[in-house]
Design a protein around this ligand. Structure first.
Ligand SMILES: C[S@@+](CC[C@H](N)C(=O)[O-])C[C@H]1O[C@@H](n2cnc3c(N)ncnc32)[C@H](O)[C@@H]1O
Length: 229
């Protein structure tokens, strides 16, 4: 089963070689199967909150003869894992707020030798805000296009510091450090939605503070984007 989903392929690439990884919200287990077949991981714990996806995952794992390398667990978020069980965690294909909630519920993820690969389907700004506030460093971010929608895949690690970042960080993170077409389109779309939000609030008196904040953010993003327009 060669996987074609670019979100998953980029996540696997960012992960790099590891002994053990937990894939949270594994669904069909395509990512765990890819990680084992490509020799990226030696062992995967594939977790999902629902029985239905886990039975699909089980059928796929058996089909590829990987039952000894991929263990299935029915669990909410990270609650089915013990601290130190894995070297890395992948959480892909969920909303940014859900991903932040899953991390919040497992405070043991705050350790510097644990790699997190996170791919929000929405609310990436809320996820970055959470990561920033809680002392997680985004090591790298890669833009990806899938079925005409644009996403970010982040490689993250806890370091306990508050990074020195500009006002645009919450909205575009480190996407333009890897300025592929998907990243540039993602950032252009973000700029459009921020401008449209500013239009909506420009005459609302109690939103003037937010309006001024967004003006600065938009100006910063335009400065970054100017090279790519
Ligand atoms: C849209 S699928 C994503 C599948 C795969 N990770 C991907 O990116 O293609 C989301 C999966 O996450 C599972 N899920 C949702 N909330 C969860 C939670 N709190 N803990 C574990 N799994 C969860 C759902 O049951 C579903 O199988």
């Amino acid at each position: 089963m060669p996987i074609s989903n670019k979100r998953l392929l980029i996540a696997a690439e960012l992960l790099g070689q590891v002994k053990s990884v937990a894939d949270i919200g594994t669904d069909h287990a395509f990512l765990p199967i890819h990680l084992i077949r490509e020799g990226i991981a030696e062992k995967v714990i594939a977790c999902d909150i629902a029985e239905g996806p886990l039975s699909v995952a089980k059928a796929n794992i058996i089909k590829y003869g990987l039952a000894e390398k991929i263990e299935l667990r029915l669990a909410n978020g990270l609650l089915g894992l013990a601290p130190n069980e894995v070297e890395a965690i992948t959480i892909l294909g969920m909303g940014g707020e859900t991903i932040a909630d899953i991390l919040t519920d497992a405070p043991w993820v705050k350790k510097s030798d644990l790699i997190l690969i996170l791919q929000p389907m929405s609310c990436d700004d809320r996820l970055r805000e959470y990561l920033f506030r809680e002392g997680f460093e985004i090591l790298t971010e890669v833009g990806v296009e899938s079925q005409n929608r644009f996403y970010t895949v982040m490689k993250v690690r806890f370091d306990g510091n508050l990074p020195k970042v500009g006002s645009e960080y919450k909205y575009i993170g480190k996407l333009l450090e890897n300025p592929n077409d998907a990243a540039i389109t993602f950032v252009k779309n973000r700029l459009k939605s921020l401008k449209s939000c500013m239009d909506d609030i420009k005459n609302v008196e109690r939103k003037q503070e937010l309006f001024k904040e967004l003006e600065i953010v938009v100006h910063e993003i335009e400065k970054f984007l100017v090279k790519y327009i």
